[in-house]
Design a protein around this ligand. Structure first.
Ligand code: ATP
Length: 231
């Protein structure tokens, strides 16, 4: 799914301007890193795209969805096309790995055999099938993030939002997570990933969009974490 954001401003209560005059187009199938210092607006932009936050001004179109004009049924359809991964994994502690992935499909009324097949397929894909009967607390951080990614992609979303997905992980595991996201992107999913990880952005090159105080200050294909300075 492509994303078309025009003139988006978000002002939170207390006159906090989190986003200001954002114009951004992301084509279907792109991989985009969102970078920028703490408080620059990355999470807010992701939350505008997931429609957890409504802009104060401006328009957001994702695929055929106009996020300003959505009835609750549209929102339910939209969310089915969306996968979200967070820094802190957010798995349900009382469920096993397999159940954490399967419950999304069960909640959508998918027949049991298909739930088993699809959950198994994504757990294989992220290399976690052998851990399917464990609970999140029995897994390492990297393993938990793999399960969270499996959960995010089990519905074959057209768009995956990842907010600092490697923030709690060691360098090698972070590498593996970005490789996994890159392979998911290669199968057609649009990916937007907010990150502070300079090494990853420089090692796995994709488009880089940099925010500063709520504005886009750089947009480069195959960019680096820090802008090249003209000498
Ligand atoms: N719900 C909210 N209510 C009020 N202000 C908010 C809210 N969410 C974010 N902000 C403010 O908006 C600004 C942008 O925050 P945001 O979380 O989008 O930044 P960020 O770039 O994701 O930061 P980080 O890298 O630390 O995660 C900050 O000044 C923040 O305090």
């Amino acid at each position: 799914m492509d994303i078309r954001i025009s003139g988006v401003t978000k002002v939170f209560e207390g006159d906090i301007v989190a986003l200001e005059g954002i114009y951004l187009t992301v084509g279907a199938g792109e991989f985009v890193y969102l970078v920028g210092t703490t408080g620059s607006g990355k999470t807010t932009l992701m939350r505008v795209i997931s429609r957890e936050v409504l802009p104060t001004k401006g328009q957001v179109m994702v695929g055929e969805f106009d996020l300003r004009r959505m009835r609750s049924l549209d929102l339910a359809y939209y969310r089915r096309d969306l996968g979200i991964v967070f820094q802190d994994f957010r798995l349900l502690p009382h469920l096993t790995v397999l159940e954490n992935v399967a419950f999304i499909l069960e909640a959508m009324g998918v027949p049991p055999k298909e739930v088993r097949d699809r959950s198994g397929f994504v757990l294989e894909r992220v290399g976690m099938w052998h851990r399917r009967f464990l609970r999140p607390t029995q897994l390492s951080g990297g393993e938990q993030q793999r399960v969270a990614i499996a959960r995010a992609i089990v519905n074959a979303p057209a768009l995956l939002l990842a907010d600092e997905p490697t923030g709690n992980l060691d360098p090698r595991t972070s590498d593996e997570i970005v490789q996994l996201l890159t392979s998911i992107n290669a199968s057609g999913t649009t990916i937007l990933m907010a990150t502070h990880n300079q090494y990853l952005v420089d090692a796995y090159r994709h488009r880089v969009v940099e925010l500063n105080r709520g504005r886009i200050v750089r947009d480069e294909s195959q960019g680096r974490y820090v802008a090249d300075v003209d000498l």
